[in-house]
Design a binder for this molecule. Structure first.
Ligand code: KIV
Length: 303
């Protein structure tokens, strides 16, 4: 069975563009054609961000793409799943991220029920991410069932990133956050969905929690980059949730996460120190206060 597709519009448009040399950080904004052109040349890095400071520091670290994920619901707002955020929250946080990100390509994640009900609603909501929140692209979950929405968005000039495998908005259908595509039949569905999304005009596809060999097959069978999360090392790029990377999420750490810092513990230690300093009268010190002119003090006492 061959999964290789012919060139789609993104590869045709980007054939002559230069791409970033390995190990260098791009000075200008990473564009959708840059992302497509990276396939087979260099690995792409993507991280979630939900606020201005995270976007600012992640941007300066040189990641290619920042995803304002609907994981916002869980890691920032404390919900049990990703279903509890809507367009209002997603646009609010995307605006904060685009204020901080000067170079990375910002992708706004379309929340549950913002694109499922109708193509028209999907198009209008996708447009808001670009028009009002200044994102450069949107992401939505699903395979062939969202192809009509993807086509409408791409035709309207909105770059779309697909998302296959463990799509958290469908966790109820899967019976929880479970690895997908483990049977031959399920893997075939994923491969065909990836081809359908490519033909619909997606510029890249996130592959979440699927067996590595299936992610490799998909990566080799489509001309657009795959961005893996729990999908093995052979994807064209990787994405992680920033709260997992920095050790800020308390509830669980998925097996596919590599934690690079323990900022939650560092925050707790710093805030404990602050509380103790306040209680002991150590903070604020003289250096943190403002002096009053002696003459004015005298005047005040005399009045
Ligand atoms: O919402 C999110 O953070 C995501 C990533 C896990 C890809 O969709």
């Amino acid at each position: 069975m061959s999964h290789r597709l012919g060139p789609n519009c993104w590869t045709t448009c980007t054939r002559h563009l230069d791409y970033q040399e390995e190990g260098t950080i791009m000075k200008n904004r990473v564009t959708v054609p840059d992302v497509v052109a990276a396939k087979g040349k260099r690995k792409l890095s993507m991280l979630t961000a939900y606020d201005y400071p995270t976007a600012l520091w992640a941007d300066q670290s040189g990641v290619d793409m920042l995803l304002v994920g609907d994981s916002l619901a869980m890691v920032v707002l404390g919900h049990e799943d990703t279903l509890s955020v809507g367009m209002t929250e997603m646009l609010h946080h995307t605006r904060a991220v685009t204020r901080g990100a000067k170079r990375a390509l910002v992708v706004g994640d379309m929340p549950f029920m913002s694109y499922q009900a109708s193509i028209e609603q999907a198009l209008l909501n996708a447009g808001l991410f670009l028009k009002e929140a200044k994102a450069q692209a949107v992401k939505l979950e699903g395979g062939r069932r969202v192809v009509a929405q993807v086509k409408a968005m791409v035709e309207a000039g909105i770059p779309v990133q697909g998302h296959l495998g463990l799509t958290p908005q469908s966790a109820a259908v899967f019976g929880g956050f479970k690895v997908q595509g483990k049977t031959a039949e399920a893997a075939k569905v994923l491969i065909e969905d990836a081809q359908a999304l490519t033909e619909a005009g997606c510029f890249s596809i996130v592959l979440e929690a699927i067996p590595s060999p299936i992610a490799t097959m998909i990566t080799e069978s489509i001309p657009i980059p795959t961005i893996g999360i729990g999908a093995g090392p052979n994807c064209d790029g990787q994405v992680l949730v920033v709260h997992d990377v920095l050790g800020l999420f308390d509830r669980f750490t998925p097996r596919f996460v590599k934690q690079y810092a323990k900022l939650g513990e560092a925050m707790k230690a710093a805030i404990t120190q602050y509380r103790e300093d306040v209680e002991k009268g150590i903070f604020p010190g003289p250096e943190h206060g403002f002096a009053m002119d002696e003459k004015e003090m005298t005047k005040l006492f005399a009045s």
